[in-house]
Design a protein around this ligand. Structure first.
Ligand SMILES: NC(=O)c1ccc[n+]([C@@H]2O[C@H](COP(=O)([O-])OP(=O)(O)OC[C@H]3O[C@@H](n4cnc5c(N)ncnc54)[C@H](OP(=O)(O)O)[C@@H]3O)[C@@H](O)[C@H]2O)c1
Length: 248
């Protein structure tokens, strides 16, 4: 990806400007760190009451307080950004995810890289194969969460439907179950949940964030919905042995 500032002046140093939508959450804060580590200029969006969660980055990032589905906040935040990293959360029952995705799709700079987070339950082409556990979670816990007005999984589905249908340069990163812990490096991925490489179904949250940030500069991931898993998990390691012809 060519930084916006360099599209007009090839002599200036490359420094990507990225917006992180949902920066105050766990995934968001890891993404802020990875982006700063790469020397990127960072603009974060988070709910007003959560701004304090970003105190550790004071002076190093610009924070735009606002709900992530606040179209005006998003318009201001993505202005001039080469990439936008968006945490899609299906919280509440007011179409928060779909509103967030739509605001980013509508206001991001033309040609910007847009990377969104969600879970394996999102399917792009219907070819994913799910465990009984995930199916039960979506079928039983989903309606219960909606009934309690806590979360609406269908809203994340709708958000991704809109992203898949858009002509922007999107990537939807589909996370496995997550855990905290030190980085294991860049997760491995597959096009479909159910593929053997993903069987371990666990990724360090710090590495989910790493994959999101790396996707900004990986054009092979444009218009892909990679399902990821930790690279040191048994299924990922078994696959890498198999890929080398069974040698260790
Ligand atoms: N958790 C998992 O095991 C898992 C598995 C697969 C994929 N994922 C995906 O990973 C991403 C991050 O998920 P996470 O579980 O790790 O959470 P997270 O990073 O802690 O992010 C939670 C986000 O939700 C926001 N939020 C919390 N309560 C809210 C409310 N009532 N209304 C609006 N926003 C609210 C938080 O904002 P504030 O900081 O303002 O509270 C924060 O931005 C998501 O895209 C999720 O679909 C998660």
């Amino acid at each position: 990806m060519e930084p916006a500032q360099d599209r007009n002046d090839a002599s200036r140093p490359a420094k990507l400007k990225v917006c992180i939508v949902g920066a105050s959450g766990k995934l968001g804060q890891y993404m802020v760190r990875h982006a700063l580590d790469r020397g990127y200029e960072v603009v974060g969006v988070c709910r007003e009451g959560s701004v304090g969660k970003l105190d550790a980055f004071n002076g190093r990032i610009t924070v735009i307080p606002g709900a992530t589905d606040d179209r005006d906040a998003i318009r201001r935040a993505v202005d001039g950004c080469d990439g936008v990293l968006t945490v899609l959360v299906p919280r509440g029952v007011n179409h928060y995810s779909a509103g967030t995705a739509q605001a980013v799709l509508d206001h991001a700079e033309p040609g910007a890289r847009l990377v969104f987070s969600c879970g394996w339950h999102i399917t792009r082409d219907g070819q994913d194969v799910y465990s009984w556990k995930l199916k039960a979670l979506v079928k039983i816990a989903g309606p219960l969460a909606r009934l309690a007005r806590f979360a609406d999984i269908d809203d994340q589905v709708e958000a991704c439907r809109r992203i898949f249908a858009s002509d922007t340069r999107w990537t939807v990163v589909r996370g496995s179950d997550l855990e905290e812990g030190d980085s294991q490096g860049l997760p491995v991925w597959s096009r479909h949940a159910g593929d053997p490489i993903l069987k371990s179904n666990i990724t360090r949250r710090v590495d989910f964030a790493l994959f999101m940030v790396e996707a900004l500069t990986d054009d092979e991931l444009v218009h892909q919905a990679p399902a990821i898993v930790g690279r040191q998990t048994p299924s990922a390691l078994a696959h890498s042995v198999a890929a080398r012809g069974g040698s260790t």
